[in-house]
Structures are given as structure tokens and as C-alpha cells.
Design a protein around this ligand. Structure first.
Ligand SMILES: [Zn+2]
Length: 470
């Protein structure tokens, strides 16, 4: 893995990115209509786990690229069986002319979506509707606008006769929201596995400019590890008319009270250090001082307390574990035979989940409480700061939003990027979709994407591709 870290603070990228990339032309009305048509087609394909629709969606994407001039054999639709369903992934290679000048770059997205219950929506989730400049539908933002824009951009470049100087590979997974099995398959795909790095359209989106602030985008360069544990207190039970001192609900309550006191140490990596520095720049003086104190001395409890009580979104400072679900007992007139709590942890990159598990056990301090991990826990390293790439990402974002700030960040976990990073492919969120304050609706009701930012993505990717592979 190349390590280009040179101890740069985030602010330095602003200076670096002054060199502006050659901006791509805005899409014509005909190109917009075609991109909208593609987005409507894929949003109306219900790529929810168990529905068997990823193959249909992959075929639609393939048809668009073949129509644009990509050879059939530059597109691969590998499949795998998952829980009785055939799930399809999508790989397309925009091959370099002659000998490539550098290893490939992979462009990531996921074709699947979480389900949506029609009753709670004001539109129908899988029947896309265009209204007031938005496209409404499940997946509009997460992550089908990313796919529609990437494919439209690749198609437009191909139609224009452009050829990259290195291979550019689209790699779209089919089960990101559930198991990431196809993601793991893609990391070993012959067109993908040698990538110098991957750019993920499913991360790195930002906030549109408002009256007092320019647009802001993040370059997701690290993710916390996601881990869930179920803690269960068991008891032989009995009739509720004859209570005893031992009781599963009391035992669990005691465990919860102990868990409430559990804190993991504050720690920094090269990405979160920059996040804390930038947060200090815009924080109130007291909180700014506390952040700067922690940067110098992560063990300073007083500074930590100031941040915790401030309401600042500073969860990137440490591993966190929090109870999220509770259940116990079975009928009202019996002593409970079991009581369970689900605890969800977001673990700092570089920390072994086994250590966190051990810490939970130690805190609960009751061997009679059973503790089971739920699902797999993939650890992923921090992707190193890559100055030339970050300058290109910043320049591409600024070709659309001239005052935009673009900074590396760590997210709390859950994208395809973690599988790539864990396989040694540095991965950066590069979505650059600009959302308004009321547009953050991924997984929620009435999900929507502003069409303006969707169309501008086509320019964004073209500017970036020509900069990275021109
Ligand atoms: Zn997503």
C-alpha cells in the first residue's frame, strides 16, 4: 500500500487544490434526459434482499454502456448464491489505450437498497416520481444516483471517443446493505484487485452551500468497525407470586448500569486528528480549548467532559458502545427466564473487536450473563492521506462549487469501502453529491435526490476522470 502521508493537516488541502482541473462541459438537455431515464429505470428496480432483482438492474446498466460503445466483453456480471437468492454484481472496464501508465482505479457503488414500507411514504418507493426538482424513490440518494451518474459519465466519455491512460473500473456490489458478500467477491475480481485505490460514490457526499456557508464535502478515508453484541441474563423463572432475590431482569439492569459507565479512551489517527483540528476552528472558545487539549493529551478527562457535554458531534474521538434494543420475560405473571439487551459498538480502526468484547465482559462483571456477537465484524485500516489525489478531488468538486471545502473524514461505519481497505486497497469516499438540510433521507421515508446535483455529478466524474487518467 503506498503511504503518501506527510503529516498534513486538513487545511493544507485548500491551498493545494488551487491548481484547478480542466472542467468538463455541463450535460446537454438530451444527456440530462438520458441520465434521468437511467435513474428512473434503476430506482424502479426493487433491488431489496430476497427480491432477485440485482441481475435485472445490472443488465440495464450493461445495456446503457454497450449502447455507448463499450465492448460486451468489457462488462462482467459475476453472481453468487446468498440465502437462496442469486445476487449479481457489476464490473465494467474502461480499458487504457496501449500500455497503461498506472494501475487501475476502481469506482464503487452498490446496487441494492434497504426496503421501504409504502404506507409511510407520500410517494410510492419503487415508482420514481419527479417533483419540484427532485427525484423521489428508494435508493435515490443511497446509492442509485451515484450509479446513474457514474454510468452516464462513462457513457458520455466513451461516446466522445476519449480513452483513459489507465484502466478505470466500475465495481458495483449487490448486497452492501446486508452482508457485503459480493463486495468481498469484487475485491478479488481480476479487473479490480490490482487497483491503486478505489473511489466510493456511496460516501463523501456533502452539504449544499447555504447563505452563510460554502458547500462542504468529505473524503471518507476511514470507517469505524461495526460490531453488535447480545447480552442475556438467564434464570430458572417461577411463579410471580413467589419472587426471589435472583431475577433475570434485575441482573440485566445491573449489567446495563455498569455498561453506562464504560468509556473507551480518546485516540487519534491521521484522519481524525484533522477532523478535531477543524472542529476546533469553528467551535465556541471553551470547546475549542478542550479539543486542542485532547489533541495534545487524549487522556485529559476534564477536556473530554467538556466535549461530551457540549453536544458537538465528536463520536470520532473514541470507540463507542450503546444499548439499542431490550427484551425480557414472556408473560406478566411469571418470573422472567431471560432478559436481553442488544449493544451496538462502533470501534476505532486499528482496535481489535476482541479487545472491545473483553472490555464489555469485564465491565458487566457477571459470568452468568451470556454475551454473543451478532454477525461478522470486519476491521479496516485507515486509508493514507494521498495528497495528489485529494488535490484532484478538491479541484473536481470546486469545478462545480467554486468555494467548496473538501476534507478527509472518518465515518462511523458501514460502506463497501471497509472490505476494500481490509484487502489493502485504499478507499476514499468521493460522491460529491450536494444535499440540502432536508435531503438526508437515506434509509428513511420519501428519499429523494436533487436532480441538479445528480446531473452535475456527470460533469464532476468527467472532470475527475480526465484529471486522474488523462
Ligand atoms: Zn449506501
Amino acid at each position: 500500500m503506498p503511504n503518501t502521508y506527510r503529516g498534513l493537516a486538513g487545511a493544507a488541502f485548500l491551498a493545494l487544490s488551487a491548481a484547478s482541473a480542466h472542467a468538463a462541459p455541463a450535460p446537454s438537455e438530451a444527456e440530462k434526459a438520458e441520465a434521468l431515464d437511467l435513474l428512473e429505470t434503476i430506482v424502479s428496480t426493487r433491488t431489496v434482499k430476497g427480491q432477485g432483482q440485482t441481475g435485472a438492474m445490472a443488465e440495464a446498466l450493461k445495456a446503457r454502456l454497450v449502447e455507448a460503445g463499450f465492448p460486451e466483453d468489457a462488462i462482467d456480471l459475476p453472481t453468487m448464491e446468498i440465502d437462496g437468492e442469486t445476487v449479481t454484481a457489476f464490473v465494467a472496464r474502461y480499458a487504457a489505450e496501449g500500455e497503461p501508465t498506472a494501475p487501475p482505479i476502481a469506482f464503487l457503488a452498490h446496487m441494492d437498497v434497504v426496503d421501504a414500507s409504502a404506507e409511510t411514504w407520500s410517494t410510492t418507493p419503487f415508482e420514481p416520481v419527479v417533483q419540484d426538482g427532485y427525484l423521489y424513490g428508494r435508493g435515490a440518494v443511497d446509492n442509485k444516483a451515484g450509479i446513474g451518474a457514474l454510468v452516464s459519465s462513462f457513457a458520455r466519455l466513451k461516446e466522445s471517443g476519449w480513452t483513459p491512460s489507465r484502466d478505470l473500473v466500475l465495481a458495483f456490489s449487490g448486497d452492501e446493505e446486508t452482508g457485503m458478500n459480493t463486495t468481498m467477491m469484487l475485491t478479488g475480481h481480476p479487473w479490480v484487485r490490482d487497483a491503486e485505490y478505489a473511489l466510493n460514490s456511496d460516501a463523501g457526499s456533502g452539504s449544499a452551500a447555504s447563505e452563510d456557508k460554502p458547500a462542504t464535502f468529505s473524503i471518507q478515508s476511514a470507517e469505524k468497525t461495526y460490531a453488535t453484541y447480545v447480552l442475556t441474563a438467564k434464570n430458572k423463572g417461577g411463579h410471580s407470586s413467589a419472587p426471589r432475590p435472583d431475577n433475570a431482569i434485575y441482573d440485566l439492569a445491573e449489567a446495563l448500569r455498569r455498561l453506562e459507565t464504560l468509556k473507551f479512551p480518546v485516540e487519534f489517527n491521521e484522519i481524525t486528528r484533522g477532523m478535531a483540528e477543524r472542529m476546533a476552528e469553528s467551535a465556541e472558545p471553551k470547546e475549542a480549548r478542550a479539543l486542542r487539549t485532547l489533541l495534545k493529551d487524549p487522556s485529559n478527562e476534564r477536556a473530554r467532559k467538556v466535549i461530551e457535554e457540549s453536544g458537538l458531534r465528536a463520536h470520532f474521538l473514541s470507540t463507542t458502545c450503546v444499548p439499542t434494543m431490550l427484551s425480557g420475560g414472556s408473560v406478566e405473571n411469571a418470573l422472567p427466564q431471560r432478559a436481553s439487551v442488544t449493544v451496538n459498538c462502533r470501534i476505532m480502526p486499528g482496535t481489535d473487536p476482541a479487545e472491545v468484547e473483553a472490555k464489555l465482559r469485564e465491565t458487566v462483571a457477571n459470568d452468568a450473563i451470556e454475551m454473543k456477537p451478532l454477525g461478522a465484524r470486519t476491521q479496516s485500516p485507515v486509508s493514507p492521506i494521498n495528497e495528489p489525489l485529494f488535490a484532484s478531488l478538491t479541484a473536481a468538486a470546486r469545478s462545480l462549487y467554486p468555494d467548496a471545502t473538501v476534507n478527509p473524514s472518518m465515518s462511523s461505519g458501514g460502506t463497501d469501502g471497509r472490505e476494500y481497505r481490509s484487502q489493502g486497497i485504499p478507499t476514499y469516499g468521493a460522491g460529491a453529491i450536494a444535499l440540502g438540510p432536508d435531503d438526508h433521507r437515506a434509509h428513511g421515508i420519501d428519499e429523494r435526490v436533487p436532480l441538479d446535483t445528480y446531473y452535475r455529478q456527470i460533469e464532476y466524474w468527467e472532470t475527475l476522470l480526465k484529471d486522474l487518467a488523462g
